[in-house]
Design a protein around this ligand. Structure first.
Ligand code: FCX
Length: 434
């Protein structure tokens, strides 16, 4: 039976000539033009990255390897008794483009299980943080600490051939991904449960094991699987994915690259928005004495936030122009499992109230909710109420997609990233002002 690594190796052999041909024979073909607004404006929309792992259509939302999230969830094998698929199967799909069968998934589950033990020094580093630290800072540091384990670094020092970079990177990626749930659960228990620790179970898949270490009953295993799967990838230009790719392009190892991308994810305009949504909702709930506001009252809360110059967290997107399918999937899950949850009712009221207000406000190009508007609501329902922790969960999911991308970056020999900057003077000259 072929392993994931062997299947991947065959895919890489097939893909390499395609990239080589484009580069050698069509390298001068123009892909895009760049305007001054894009240069000043965070490079919005410039087509300057390539990945085959996911593609974000502004109207439709994300597809992984050409499949919608519904198709991914439908097509991937599921553990017995679970409604959501194996996260390990998603990793297989992202890497190879193929849906694995039950046996192929089991191989990956076993691989992860073998590699899941976290070295003692990582716990020591986590323990040395003050308990008032933000969990994303601890998470990023814990990952960074693992850098001494890097297979890539060891082999590179010994003289690794360029064509074999991906294999050592693959080993690092699996070693890291297998440990992330344990590291995250340890941080959670340290910060919010007085260090109480529940050990992992080598017989469980990633989602179930995470639920076990968090000490939360079913269907939290499915919640975790859904969460990690839908957060895994959103093409290459978003802050976390781009950071991971950028740092890895200097041949920094997976640990350095993933730690860096976690720091980007920790910003309130990106992943941290899911904690901000709950913080915002809590403020409203406190003001309302936990009663559900009327539509008019909720509208007033939204306007107050906008009028004080703040953004409404969980709404808007740099690329999407419709309701995020990741939001929709979580809303459907909530309607099925927690329809009467007060926070869900609050979030649902926001869904009704915010888009027309943002349209009237006239600034946001996309008034619709994104993934972060709903993920915290589900966590809250299952008892994870320390919302500072939510971005760590996002980080576990996002690491899966970025690791898959970095392995392919190395396989296809993508070079050091190095765009060119200009001065304001130069821009004024280009504009014809000077
Ligand atoms: N509330 C209020 N104002 C908003 C807004 C929102 N939710 N979304 C966008 N705007 C404003 C922007 O701040 C900007 O104002 P400015 O002209 O004064 O600078 C203007 O509308 C145009 O922004 P736009 O082009 O639509 O959006 P950007 O690409 O600049 O930014 C984000 C996209 C996502 C950063 C923006 O919509 C936002 O701040 N949303 C709230 C935070 C959030 O939910 N982030 C998570 C996004 C994502 F899903 C993730 O990464 O996790």
């Amino acid at each position: 039976k072929k392993t994931l690594k062997q299947t991947l190796s065959e895919k890489i052999d097939k893909q390499r000539p395609r990239t080589k041909k484009l580069l050698k024979e069509y390298g001068d073909v123009v892909v895009d033009q760049v305007t001054i607004a894009q240069v000043i404006g965070g490079m919005r929309g410039i087509k300057s990255l390539v990945t085959d792992i996911s593609y974000l259509d502004p109207e439709e939302g994300i597809r992984y390897r050409g499949y919608t999230l519904e198709e991914v969830i439908e097509g991937l094998p599921k553990p017995k008794g679970g409604d959501m698929p194996y996260v390990e199967g998603l990793f297989y799909l992202l890497l190879t483009g193929d849906f694995p069968n039950q046996e192929e998934v089991q191989q990956v589950v076993d691989e992860f299980s073998k590699r899941r033990i976290v070295p003692r020094f990582v716990y020591d580093v986590i323990d040395s943080f003050p308990t008032s630290s933000h969990p994303m800072a601890i998470f990023s540091t814990a990952i960074l600490t693992l850098n001494r384990e890097s297979v890539f670094n060891r082999q590179y020092q010994a003289g690794l051939s360029k064509k074999d970079y991906w294999e050592a990177t693959y080993e690092d990626a699996l070693n890291l991904l297998a440990k992330l749930p344990e590291i995250a659960a340890y941080i959670y228990n340290k910060l919010y449960r007085k260090g109480e620790r529940i050990l992992s179970d080598p017989n469980l898949d990633m989602g179930a094991n995470f639920a076990q270490m968090m000490g939360i009953e079913k269907p939290y295993d499915d919640v975790s699987r859904l969460h990690f799967i839908i957060h895994s990838d959103h093409e290459s230009g978003n802050v976390s994915a781009h950071t991971g790719h950028l740092v890895a392009s200097s041949l920094s190892d997976i640990y350095l690259s993933i730690s860096a991308m976690i720091n980007g994810l920790a910003g309130p305009l990106h992943g941290l928005a899911n904690q901000e949504v709950l913080r915002w909702l809590q403020e409203v709930m406190n003001k309302m004495d936990n009663k559900l506001p009327s539509t008019e009252e909720m509208e007033q809360f939204v306007w107050n936030t906008l009028n004080s110059g703040q953004v409404i967290p969980g709404f808007g997107h740099a690329v999407l122009r419709k309701t995020d399918p990741r939001y929709k999937l979580q809303r459907e899950f909530s309607q099925k499992h927690l329809p009467d949850d007060p926070i869900f009712k609050y979030a649902d009221l926001l869904y009704k109230v915010v888009p027309p207000i943002l349209q009237k406000h006239g600034k946001a190009k996309n008034p619709w909710p994104n993934v972060d508007a709903q993920s915290g609501v589900i966590q809250w329902h299952y008892g994870v109420k320390d919302y500072d922790f939510y971005t760590v969960l996002f980080g576990i999911g996002r690491s899966i997609g970025i690791c898959a991308n970095i392995i392919w970056d190395r396989a296809l020999g993508y070079p050091l990233e190095r765009p060119k900057s200009v001065t304001t003077d130069m821009l004024e000259k280009i504009a014809g002002i000077k």
